[in-house]
Design a protein around this ligand. Structure first.
Ligand SMILES: *Cc1c(COP(=O)(O)O)cnc(C)c1O
Length: 411
């Protein structure tokens, strides 16, 4: 089929792979075991000489494989592997590709739970340098002879910091480093990390790809940009066949087998359904988020507003260059932090909840919740003020949401 648009490709993804019984939507395959008429075929699936076969659902099912094909298409990669959650995808990537004595470089504004994984890596003998990745010189200065990879997120949560995505891509290419980009907040509808040379792309499918807050899932996509023949930690068993697949093969085989955080077919199905409206939802929530950010920025009771498509954003130029819109994530500071709870309670539409990328707008005071355990010193280092409020903008009508903030600010 000729090159088609983003949503056309998604809604016809299953048909490309061959519909079963003409079913327009991929069926949910719940079988754990897969049997064969000939033992040679059973052996072939085990040994990998038969491609695309199944033997045991921990390593994948036809339903999870259909979602992997869909995600690969969204990221324009050469293959994907799905996991039970975004965290499982991140942990599996690190644990299968790194070993004791390795060094990695990450943004210092990564997602809190990813930070927790990084501290686990340190306990396993992997060293981690955390830098301000909006300045690629800081990434360059952190490179050591044993550096294996650079890990960044496209838009950080809650502060919306953006790394110098293309400069880091060029640096990784020049220095032969694997570039891993967590695309969760932007999603492939707004940005493809392949365009800046990322070798691996991670998505928490739980968030905006599913979009309905009813299923957990995560994925790793190989973009084909990285030469796995140069990567020292690929085990001999996976240094076979097409070298473009070595990395993903190791993440899939070792990640799913050893950690066992496999995506269920039921959730894969729900995520696939949600993904069909990804571009529509992201476009709408980004438009609303920008309108809300612009309204808040002008209000005297509001201090700083963090949203990539505001010209006041420190990495606005990078955002405009790479992202087709600013996403649904926005945060802002109340000048008077003591007013924080009363203000949030006056809001009628946003739901007081953690979580991101839902159909409903979600709101949370950051210092008192997701960054409470981190303590005051870490909050100060991360630039998290006591009055910082995070909003994940949903699908409500923009005028209703802005009007609700207006009444709450004047209350
Ligand atoms: C939520 C999130 C994750 C983890 O995803 P889960 O599916 O909740 O495990 C990883 N990275 C980012 C940027 C996230 O926002």
């Amino acid at each position: 089929m000729k090159e088609v648009g983003f949503t056309t490709a998604i809604v016809h993804s299953n048909r490309q792979a061959g519909a079963e019984h003409g079913a327009i939507h991929k069926p949910i395959h719940t079988s754990v075991q897969y049997g064969f008429d000939r033992v040679e075929d059973l052996v072939g699936v085990f040994q990998g000489s038969i491609k695309g076969g199944f033997n045991y659902a921990r390593q994948g099912t036809p339903t999870t494989a259909a979602l992997e094909t869909l995600i690969t298409g969204l990221e324009q990669g050469v293959g994907s592997v799905c996991f039970a959650t975004g965290m499982a995808a991140i942990t599996a990537t690190f644990l299968t590709l790194l070993q004791s004595g390795d060094h990695i470089i990450t943004s210092r504004f990564v997602f809190g739970n990813t930070n927790s994984v990084l501290s686990t890596l340190v306990r396993l003998g992997i060293t981690v340098s955390m830098v301000d990745a909006s300045d690629s010189a800081q990434v360059a200065a952190a490179i050591q002879p044993n550096t294996r990879l650079v890990f960044v997120e496209t838009i950080a949560n809650p502060g919306t910091q953006i790394p110098d995505l293309s400069a880091i891509g060029e640096l990784c290419k020049a220095r032969g480093l694997l570039y891993v980009v967590d695309n969760t907040v932007s999603s492939p509808a707004l940005f493809r990390p392949k365009s800046v040379g990322a070798g691996l792309v991670i998505n928490s499918l739980t968030k905006t790809v599913a979009g309905h807050g009813s299923a957990l899932g995560g994925s790793v996509t190989d973009t084909g940009c990285f030469d796995w023949q140069t990567y020292p930690n690929i085990l001999d068993s996976y240094r076979k066949g097409d070298a473009a697949q070595w990395g993903l093969l190791q993440i899939k085989k070792k990640g799913l087998r050893d950690m066992g955080a496999s995506l269920s077919s039921e959730h894969a199905h729900q995520i696939s359904l949600g993904a069909e409206t990804l571009a529509l939802r992201v476009e709408r929530s980004s438009t609303t988020a920008l309108a809300l950010a612009q309204y808040l920025e002008k209000h005297p009771a509001i201090g700083r507003v963090y949203y990539p498509m505001l010209s006041s954003h420190p990495q606005h130029a990078i955002a405009k260059k790479h992202f087709s819109a600013g996403s649904w994530l926005l945060s802002f500071e109340l000048r008077d932090a003591s007013d924080c709870f009363a203000f949030i309670n006056r809001l009628q539409l946003p739901i007081k909840a953690t979580g991101l990328g839902d159909t409903r707008t979600l709101i949370i005071p950051v210092a008192h919740t997701i960054f409470w355990e981190a303590g005051a010193q870490v909050r100060a280092e991360m630039g998290i003020a006591d009055g910082l409020i995070r909003v994940s903008v949903g699908l409500e009508d923009s005028a209703d949401l802005v009007a609700d903030f207006e009444q709450a600010l004047h209350g």
